[in-house]
Design a protein around this ligand. Structure first.
Ligand code: WTA
Length: 656
């Protein structure tokens, strides 16, 4: 490795000495162990990291590839591993969660308290007739109740499907229908940025849209207590459900492959897909990556700022840190309320030592800090920090350097963790006591993950040459299926182009010519990444054309954005004459609101451009490359001679 060519940040001697994986030799030894005896490596870790009710004797079953099974004859319970086991090892009085509400109120729960709460919810769910294998949808904001509800489902073998609280009634309905859930757990309201926002009434709306006949009960956590409608016989308060329930609940021991959760995410085609995760393999990787990537230790205060509605919140809030007996922050609010110093103040107040957030948040906080010293990290005592993390999208080197210097005081390594909803946990990431860091690179695969870069035929390309990111071998925490759609699972992740042998991540990547470090070059499909949130262009297009009174045709592309990474840009043909000026603005607003209603506010296009038609090839295909150039404001260099109506280029140049 040539250190002269690139700027390397080496772990400090102290960080290295204390780390779980200390030094590159230790990293390499793990990689070699996995190379030598792949199944033996994962079996060893599965035994070391997890408590099994029935030990497994089989490790990997590839008989029905790509429907791989891991540890299939072992049984365990995820909630037992996260709660009881910590109480049994003497951590009952240790703080599990420090919850900070939007308004700043702090509530703490110990492992014993969280176990009691979880058990009571679990017993409550049982009393509603929910049994192993049933699905439960959770539509709630960041809260101890949210984490406990997920744990309670895991405890009784019910498969949870958390729906981010920013999704609309329509999106929620689609997910309820697809899962066939028996119950929804929600709250009366959520509070974000000083505002009370609806939750329960959106559940009502979703159910009223139809297709949710599987739902028997809606369980409502009281967050603000403002009035809501309760449907008799169907809706009940969480407090009432759990009052009088036993504080203990024998865990339901499930097979390692039992689906722990479904989490919906966007692909390039069709509706969002229900990514199905296992119990054993998933929990192993959640715990192991929390240990090695975040180097979590007994006295750390860990803070992952993601929402439990996303996979990052599942793995690095609900499961990973709790499986290790860690202390973690759960934050209800937003980074900019009451001001953009909120994260820094919370790190200071709670003496956070490990902080994990998204590049979008960092970029927006940089802007705020540069405009106002009071919300600059330098105005806070951040000396408790020892490790920083980044996730969700590529982190640009400038944001990396700022994060390193101003938040990490130049002393904290940054783990830039590449992974996906489908991978369950980190795939390519530095280990903080081992890997020399390069800003903008997620560095090297996690030990045991066999990632590489190939061309369209599946052949590995040399370092220094860009290509398609794939994983060569199945790994324990990988997606098991798309709920109810095995064919789509195969097609999406194990395509025929690669003879069904390689896991297709959907991202492009390039390895550094000298040291083999990976840099993710972005999605190679029609998935956008806006503020670290995944969205399919087709989903947004469908939402736009579902505004049938206005929209004749729509095409959506992404364009680079300084803060959100990518921004959504919609090209729309209306069923009425081309609007201009204020009228165009008003229609653009109407369309944004419509998309907000169909999917959720995160899917609202930032740019809307109107044309009398869309640029198409002779065969009628929308010229997306051209649209991307227009979206970026580039001068058009593509051949536009085939355009029937060249005037539309001028029309689409206007952004509303
Ligand atoms: C992108 C979030 C670059 C990538 C955990 C991936 C990243 C998608 C990184 C998954 C990173 C995530 N560097 N790109 N460190 N982390 N991505 O399913 O495009 O919400 O395919 O999972 O985010 O997004 P998802």
């Amino acid at each position: 490795m040539s250190e002269a060519d690139i700027k390397l940040y080496n772990p400090s001697a102290a960080a290295q000495a204390a780390a779980h994986v200390s030094g590159m030799a230790a990293y390499q030894a793990l990689v070699d162990e996995a190379e030598r005896d792949y199944e033996g490596y994962w079996a060893r870790l599965a035994r070391e990291m997890l408590a099994w009710k029935t030990p497994f004797t089989k490790v990997l079953n590839s008989d029905n590839s790509p429907f791989f099974k891991w540890f299939e004859d072992g049984t365990l319970n995820a909630s037992y591993n996260c709660l009881d086991r910590n109480v049994e090892r003497g951590l009952g009085d240790k703080t599990a969660i420090i919850f900070e509400a939007d308004g700043g109120e702090v509530t703490k729960v110990t492992y014993s308290e969280l176990l009691t709460k979880t058990s009571q919810i679990a017993n409550g769910l049982k009393s509603l007739g929910i049994v192993k294998g049933d699905r439960v949808v959770i539509y709630i904001s960041m809260s101890i109740d949210g984490v406990a509800a997920m744990q309670a489902c895991a405890r009784i073998g019910a498969t949870h499907s958390v729906v981010f609280g920013g999704f609309s009634a329509q999106s929620l309905r689609d997910r309820i229908e697809d899962t066939g859930a028996k119950a929804v757990i929600t709250a009366d309201f959520q509070v974000r940025g000083g505002k009370q926002l609806a939750l329960k009434s959106i559940v009502d709306e979703a159910i009223a849209l139809g297709g949710c006949e599987s739902i028997r009960n809606v369980v409502v956590v009281k967050r603000t207590g403002a009035p809501i409608n309760m449907t008799a016989g169907r809706d009940l308060w969480m407090d009432e459900l759990t009052a009088g329930q036993s504080t203990t609940c024998e865990p339901t021991w499930v097979e390692a492959e039992h689906p722990l959760f479904l989490l919906y995410t966007s692909g390039s085609t069709g509706k969002p897909k229900g990514v199905q995760h296992s119990t054993g393999g998933y929990l192993l990787h959640a715990a192991l990556t929390t240990k090695w990537t975040f180097d979590l230790k007994a006295d750390d205060v860990f803070w992952c700022t993601a929402d439990i509605g996303w996979v990052t919140g599942h793995t690095y809030i609900t499961y990973g840190p709790l499986a290790l007996g860690g202390t973690e922050i759960v934050f209800e609010g937003v980074p900019t309320y009451p001001d953009a110093g909120r994260f820094w103040k919370m790190i200071q107040d709670h003496k956070v030592s490990i902080f994990y957030t998204a590049p979008t948040a960092i970029r927006s906080l940089i802007k705020a800090a540069e405009a106002n010293d009071a919300v600059h990290p330098k105005s806070y005592d951040l000396s408790s920090l020892r490790l920083l993390g980044s996730v969700g999208e590529p982190i640009n080197p400038a944001a990396w350097e700022w994060y390193h210097l101003h938040v990490g005081g130049g002393r904290c390594p940054i783990v830039d963790t590449f992974w996906q909803t489908e991978t369950g946990g980190h795939m390519i990431t530095p280990l903080p006591g081992a890997t020399p860091l390069v800003p903008g690179s997620c560095t090297l695969p996690f030990p045991g993950i066999q990632a590489t870069v190939v061309d369209e035929t599946g052949k590995e390309v040399p370092w220094g040459q860009g290509g398609i990111l794939v994983v060569k071998k199945p790994w324990p925490s990988m997606i098991r299926n798309i709920w109810g759609d095995p064919e789509r699972f195969k097609k999406s992740y194990y395509p025929e182009d690669f003879k069904g042998q390689l896991y297709l991540a959907g991202d492009g990547a390039i390895r550094d010519a000298k040291n083999g470090y990976f840099t993710i070059t972005g999605r190679i499909d029609d998935v956008l990444n806006v503020s670290g949130h995944r969205m399919g262009t087709m989903e947004i297009e469908s939402a736009l054309v579902s505004c049938t009174e206005l929209v004749a045709e729509a095409a959506v592309v992404g364009r680079p954005d300084d803060t959100t990474g990518e921004a959504i840009c919609a090209f729309v043909v209306l069923k009425r004459p081309l609007p201009v000026g204020d009228e165009a603005k008003a229609i653009a607003k109407q369309l944004r609101d419509h998309v907000g209603k169909e999917i959720g506010p995160i899917a609202k296009p930032k740019d809307i451009r109107f044309g009398e038609n869309l640029p198409k090839t002779r065969s009628g295909k929308i010229m997306r490359r051209l649209l991307r150039s227009i979206a970026k404001g580039e001068t058009i260099t593509q051949d536009t001679s085939t355009l029937e109506n060249p005037a539309i280029l001028g029309q689409l140049g206007q952004n509303y």
